[in-house]
Design a protein around this ligand. Structure first.
Ligand code: SF4
Ligand code: SF4
Length: 99
């Protein structure tokens, strides 16, 4: 198998910094995954991973318990829209500001 074909047939399972890099402080909402509703986490089997597939910045890992790299997440909400079990909730950044 040629190297180019191999590159097409495999995928990076790690979240990365995406094309846009560090998000900074402008994000309004962030995604929070409820692992009790997440199919691969619940079944402990590789499945679904639509959040990983659709994240435009590639910041979600393809693990049994998907991890989102908040440093690079843009808060677009696509992962929450695409999650078939509504396991991802977009939560206002103000909820995470320390008093
Ligand atoms: S799309 Fe939802 S159910 Fe599927 S892996 Fe992501 S969080 Fe879990
Ligand atoms: S909110 Fe957008 S950038 Fe952040 S993890 Fe979800 S799809 Fe990716």
């Amino acid at each position: 198998m040629g190297q180019d074909l191999f590159a097409i047939m495999t995928s990076n399972a790690e979240g990365g910094e995406g094309d846009a890099g560090n998000t900074g402080s402008w994000r309004v909402e962030r995604p929070v995954i409820n692992m009790a509703l997440c199919t691969p986490a619940k079944k402990q089997k590789a499945s679904c991973h639509l959040c990983w597939l659709y994240c435009p910045d590639g910041v979600i890992s393809k693990d049994l318990e998907p991890e989102i790299i908040m440093e690079y997440c843009k808060g677009c909400g696509i992962c929450a829209e695409e999650c078939p079990t509504n396991a991802i909730e977009m939560v206002a950044e103000s909820e995470f500001v320390e008093e």
